[in-house]
Design a binder for this molecule. Sequence first.
Ligand SMILES: [Ca+2]
Ligand SMILES: [Ca+2]
Length: 255
Amino acid sequence: MNVNGLKVTKKIIMSFFKAIIIPALMMAWTVTTASAATLVSAEGTYDADQLILNIYAQLDTPVVSQCIKVTFNPDELSIVSADKNESVWYFGDSSTNYPYKDPEISTDSVVILGGKLDTSDPTAGVSGDKVLLGTITFTRATNTMPVSDPESLFGITLSLGKDRTTYPNYVNFASTTGEDLDSTVTFSGVSYAVICSLQADINGDGTVNLSDFLIIKTHWLQSGVTYEEGDINGDGTVNLSDFLILKTEWLQSCN
Ligand SMILES: [Ca+2]
Ligand SMILES: [Ca+2]
């Protein structure tokens, strides 16, 4: 009886440990680990003509400024536009002594600087798991689709906006309490996805093939038809012009 009771007691203690203590320890570890994280990442979507890059940051500590640098392969990419996310990063009316800087664009890099000082809530700062810092749109020099190795082709890397060796007193990421967070910043690689831009992919499945051809065939020489009915070039009729676009993109795929 006593032995059984001891076993039951041990079992209850182990269950309690597994159910309560271990998750609590794990949660504490997670919170402690994540509390100072500043992770900068980017997502690029591209087609044969362009690449659109969104740069994000995980900001566990509220910050009042951020400054990142995006370096790229100038033989492949040239910049159309670079914009900070102005819905988040702005200075309020009473902060006229702080210039609202535009992105600094050069032939192979862009520096995007953003700050937030809300006059109605000056210590709030910016925080969040995935805060958009800015968006860069590039045109591509070579029209290769799809790209098997976008990482090396585009050559995009992320780093602190101002090099702390050259600018030792410059703080790229500053907390609402004035703390220098630059040493906490880590950078992930850029993830890429293809924007499907095949004109003749009428049914939108990512490939130009027999299914698309059959749509054209069904509506051949009809007028007053839509794109979904095979009017690829949008002139209102399904005819040879549409077929020739299909022929050009035949068996091409976005995936
Ligand atoms: Ca298709
Ligand atoms: Ca047409």
